[in-house]
Design a protein around this ligand. Structure first.
Ligand code: DAS
Length: 327
């Protein structure tokens, strides 16, 4: 009997399955290459794992939808209870990989490794990073020790946890970084090194996957803004709002006044930062108005966490704050 791990690949598209069309012209299309082609290519490199593929979508991840998230969640949940599967890889576009990773991290148990992987260069581009990232992901997903680290993202030989992962560059194979914690391990097709022990061993799913994602817009702070910038984002369905604020989650006084009115009306307000690095700490205004500090989460991921909390019936500011404080 083979001791090679059985890995399920859930394909969603992105640049890792994309084509450049030409080495010299810009004719990029995401999600063009079927998962079977990818698996064949990986196997021809002598991989020590059994790969099976399932196509969930073939999109650029800018087009990800709640339906695709739910399909991914269902496929992962089924794989978690299937004894014939040891680990799961999700091929994903890099643009929203951090959001999908966090959503699955919040809603799946840590029973088996779940690894997102993408690429910055299309599969037929000169010096593509896709196949290397993919082989690296196979190595991580084959290691039972990966499971106790929640959902992971593998890019450019680094392993970053879902909570920390951020796309920080528009181009370049090293587009991702971890914040507040940097990489939790390094991986190459022939080596795997973890930095420290698993922190989430045997963790049950923390929240249910939302059946409906509540309306939670992101308000991007800019100079000389007035309250109309807030009001144009609101609908009758708005349940929460994430501020992508200046510095440590700051905003003009008129904006905070408007957000205080919304909080009073029962809309959950989370203060994140438009700045790439740094924690957003609690300030007196938070307890005064029931605002929440996003801590280490950037606006896009703060939005995902808030949506999950609201969909799970958690709307008290202290409870929301506790979830943002938790690692
Ligand atoms: N097209 C983008 C996406 O699918 C880019 C990428 O994958 O790198 O997210």
């Amino acid at each position: 009997m083979s001791s090679a791990a059985n890995i399920l690949i859930l394909a969603t598209g992105g640049t890792i399955a994309g084509t450049a069309g030409s080495a010299l012209k810009r004719d990029y299309r995401p999600g063009q290459i079927g998962i079977s082609t990818f698996i064949e290519q990986a196997e021809s490199l002598g991989l020590d794992a059994n790969l099976t593929g399932q196509e969930i979508a073939a999109i650029g991840s800018e087009d990800i939808t709640p339906e695709i998230w739910r399909s991914l969640y269902r496929a992962c949940s089924n794989a978690m209870v299937n004894e014939g599967i040891d680990g799961i890889i999700i091929t994903h576009g890099t643009d929203t990989a951090e959001e999908t990773a966090l959503l699955l991290d919040l809603t799946l148990p840590t029973t088996k490794p779940v690894v997102l992987v993408g690429a910055m260069r299309p599969a037929d581009a000169v010096g593509t990073d896709g196949i290397r990232n993919f082989l690296n992901a196979v190595r991580v997903a084959s290691d039972p020790d990966a499971a106790g680290r929640g959902v992971l993202l593998v890019m450019s030989d680094r392993i970053i946890s879902a909570r920390d992962a951020r796309k920080a560059k528009t181009s370049g194979v090293d587009a991702f970084k971890g914040f507040p914690r940097d990489a939790v391990g390094t991986v190459t097709p022939s080596s795997l090194d973890w930095f420290g022990e698993p922190w989430a061993k045997g963790r049950a799913a923390r929240y249910a996957m939302p059946t409906d994602f509540p309306h939670v817009p992101i308000l991007y702070a800019h100079a000389a803004m007035d309250r109309s910038a807030v009001d144009c984002l609101l609908t009758d369905q708005t349940r929460g709002l994430v501020l992508a604020g200046f510095g440590d989650g700051n905003a003009p006084e008129a904006i905070f006044d408007r957000l205080a009115e919304l909080a009073e009306a029962g809309i959950s307000i989370v203060r994140a930062s438009r700045v790439d690095e740094g924690l957003v700490d609690r300030i007196p205004l938070d307890s005064q108005h029931g605002f929440v500090a996003a801590r280490g989460l950037g606006p896009a991921k703060a939005r995902i966490l808030l949506q999950v909390l609201l969909a799970n019936g958690i709307s008290a500011p202290e409870e929301i704050q506790a979830a943002f404080d938790k690692r």
